[in-house]
Design a protein around this ligand. Sequence first.
Ligand SMILES: Nc1c(NC[C@H](O)[C@H](O)[C@H](O)CO)[nH]c(=O)[nH]c1=O
Ligand SMILES: CC(=O)[C@@H](O)COP(=O)(O)O
Length: 158
Amino acid sequence: MATANKSLSDYSSKNIQDISERKFAIVVSEWNEDVTEALYSGAYQTLLQHGARKENVIRKNVPGSFELSLGAQWCAQDESIDAVICLGCVIQGETRHFDFICDAVAHGITEVGLKYNKPVIFGVLTPDNQQQALDRAGGKHGNKGDEAAITAIKMLGF
Ligand SMILES: Nc1c(NC[C@H](O)[C@H](O)[C@H](O)CO)[nH]c(=O)[nH]c1=O
Ligand SMILES: CC(=O)[C@@H](O)COP(=O)(O)O
């Protein structure tokens, strides 16, 4: 089902476990920061709403989404971190640069999770334009940050 027909903030409450002792890293891209800050707010608040402690949620910034993979790796290699949430927004421009970034970050984040055997969540918007991004960062289609946080929590209950 396409996002246009659902809200990224709606989710099943199944497999939501106690996360009061869990530690999370949120890696945030600074590109399109009006969008990524909204994603971060959604992810952070969702973690707290489900019982995470403020002191157990650390934030790290990276310049752009391409750097999310390395930022995630630097967090995932810390054995005290239970899950990593990567937040970014890559907006289609005039060239194929969009394709290379999206492909690199999707594969890179996947590889980090497999390498360190822990949830590393792809919370990256890849819209055609700014409005599509805003719609998915607290707008009419919910907040991708909420979805990313819930995904991390559910994976910890696997
Ligand atoms: N155009 C966008 C970028 N570009 C920057 C890259 O992510 C990267 O930082 C640069 O290529 C240097 O390695 N990043 C985004 O997150 N969103 C964009 O729309
Ligand atoms: C995703 C990008 O890097 C993109 O915003 C850059 O824009 P352009 O392809 O017009 O150079």
